[in-house]
Design a protein. Structure first.
Length: 571
């Protein structure tokens, strides 16, 4: 494609000039000069590559002409025919498998949610709970003293205090520096929090089963900062402790009441296909799951997130409801557990067997929902993606980039970026996998933006770019980036997806070519008022209809209809 092709758009001449905007001539000339220079460099590189290819082909021809290789080549041809025949037979026998979807091995039999609940409550009633109370590191007062006193009180109440291990029924944490993800999976995890500000990584409190706090003030601080709803247990001040010192003892009868509420209420698990916690922060699926979790917690339902390697264990099996955010793996179904399949990506990889295994199916596309209904008898509904307005709010204290794109390449071309590169604009890319060409040009400004800061980058950029994977665009799924960026007050330009205007009230500028993209950026950079109007229109649409609160309300209403009763709270 030539420089003129890249700049040519509807209503513009072949030189990229708009007759009604004479002041745009300088910009168009600069863009065209840059594109011409890039085309010359590309032509030189292509010529060198062709010369290298010709030399390699010539050398290969000479090698194959050698007499000593003719017999080997004939033998290789026979082997190749055999391999092709075997591959064809394999394709016939595995044609029923869903394309490119890997299945997690079926788990060994696990106690059902009802069996776990019955056994756990029996132990609580008999005061026969086996509990581990790990001691914080020396010098971590007052928590080490608190853990010692809790151990004494638990033993006096009849609980069996044991060393840390998978054979215990519950682990009670007092240490704000505890690595929650390093603890054994199996026991019920209970964290005692006197002051959420003292916890080294408070976000990890979302990954325990139950958080216990001494008063409503701490409960509100926890919910605002972490999004976890805590059980409030009236505490007994330690002898000689000063108010607010954190030196508190939570009596076993209070912990028993909190554990009973957790065990008898509805427990919800959210399954996401991330391989490990070490890489989870850079995956959008984690933050999507966190947004859902916060809304369930605020409604009083205990909720945990389970990564890929947790899907088959007893902790995942004891949830009453499993919500699988589908990516690339087929999650096994556990005995007695209600399964909800929510397809937020790659609907083309979902098989009829996966649909039939779920009790209810959601998909983030009207088009895909219609297709799924013809493939299963299970109830199917469109449930689009969403955002968390508590996290994605307007804050314009981030970098003031002209054009911003946040996303990884995953080894695949990002067309909307290639449409714009090279450019004279201040284009900033944040993400992993970008080639040396982009990095050496200074366009890539970083590998990652922490999710808690992303709204500042979105809200501060003049233009935020968005694109979709081709299969997602064809299936009518909107990128989650659209919801987050609009909630942050951003003006967004995106590739086109059918239904986008209806979803966001026409607030997103859609483009289908490099020329349209460059022209749209230029037009709206010169019109801040128009950018503000569209950004505010999109923000209102998202806040009115597309938050995680809206999605969770829908899921709970459907669950109540399916169960025929209101699910019991666990907080």
């Amino acid at each position: 494609m030539s420089a003129e092709d890249l700049l040519e758009t509807d209503g513009r001449d072949t030189n990229g000039r708009d007759p009604d905007e004479p002041d745009s001539e300088g910009w168009a000339e600069a863009e065209r000069d840059l594109l011409v220079a890039a085309s010359v460099r590309l032509a030189d590189e292509l010529a060198r590559a062709r010369a290298d290819r010709d030399r390699a082909v010539h050398a290969l021809d000479r090698l194959q002409a050698r007499r000593s290789l003719r017999a080997a080549n004939a033998f290789d041809s026979g082997l190749l025919r055999g391999r092709r025949l075997a591959a064809a037979m394999k394709r016939r026998t595995t044609a029923w498998l869903p394309s490119r979807v890997a299945a997690v091995p079926a788990p060994p039999p696990r106690p059902s949610p009802a069996q776990f609940r019955r056994t756990f409550l029996e132990k609580l009633d008999r005061v026969a709970l086996r509990v581990a109370i790990p001691l914080p590191a020396e010098g971590a007062a007052p928590w080490i003293d608190q853990a010692h006193r809790a151990t004494v009180e638990a033993e006096a109440a009849g609980w069996e205090v044991r060393p840390m291990g998978p054979d215990v029924d519950a682990i009670v944490l007092f240490d704000p520096a505890a690595d929650i993800h390093a603890l054994p999976r199996g026991p019920v995890l209970l964290a005692v929090v006197a002051d959420v500000r003292t916890w080294v990584e408070p976000a990890r409190l979302a990954d325990v089963d139950l958080v216990v706090v001494p008063d409503e003030t701490v409960a509100h601080a926890l919910e605002a900062g972490v999004g976890v709803r805590a059980a409030v247990v009236v505490d007994t001040p330690a002898e000689g402790a000063q108010p607010g010192s954190g030196q508190r003892v939570l009596p076993p009868d209070g912990l028993t009441r909190a554990l009973r509420g957790w065990a008898t209420g509805l427990r919800i698990g959210i399954a996401i296909g991330i391989p490990s916690w070490e890489m989870a922060e850079s995956w959008g699926d984690l933050h999507f799951a966190r947004g859902i979790q916060r809304q369930f917690e605020r409604r009083g339902f205990a909720t945990r997130i389970h990564l890929l390697h947790d899907w088959t264990d007893a902790v995942s099996a004891r949830d009453d409801v499993a919500i699988h955010l589908f990516g690339l793996r087929v999650r096994p179904v556990h005995l007695g557990q209600r399964t909800v399949l929510w397809v937020i990506s790659h609907p083309d990889r979902v098989s009829p067997a996966m649909l039939d295994a779920a009790d209810r199916v959601y998909v983030a596309s009207d088009l895909a929902a219609d297709q799924f209904r013809s493939r299963t008898v299970r109830p199917v509904a469109a449930l689009h993606q969403a955002t968390d307005p508590d996290r994605f709010r307007v804050d314009r204290s981030g970098p003031q980039h002209q054009v911003l794109f946040v996303g990884n390449t995953r080894g695949v071309r990002r067309q909307i970026v290639e449409w714009l590169v090279p450019t004279t604009l201040d284009l900033a890319i944040y993400g992993l996998g970008w080639t040396a060409e982009f990095r050496e040009s200074g366009i890539v400004r970083g590998d990652h933006i922490p999710n808690q800061d992303l709204n500042r980058w979105y809200g501060s950029a003049a233009v935020v770019l968005n694109d979709h994977w081709p299969d997602m665009r064809a299936a009518g799924l909107f990128s989650n980036r659209l919801y987050d960026a609009l909630a942050s007050g951003a003006f967004v330009i995106s590739d086109a997806v059918a239904g986008m205007d209806e979803e966001f009230d026409g607030s997103i500028v859609q483009v289908t070519s490099a020329g349209q993209l460059r022209s749209a950026i230029r037009r709206y950079l010169d019109d801040p008022a128009a950018r503000r109007e569209l950004a505010e229109r999109g923000r209102r649409a998202v806040l009115d209809r597309h938050t995680f609160a809206h999605r969770v309300d829908r899921i709970l209403a459907d669950l109540e209809a399916d169960l025929g009763t209101t699910p019991p709270h666990s907080r």
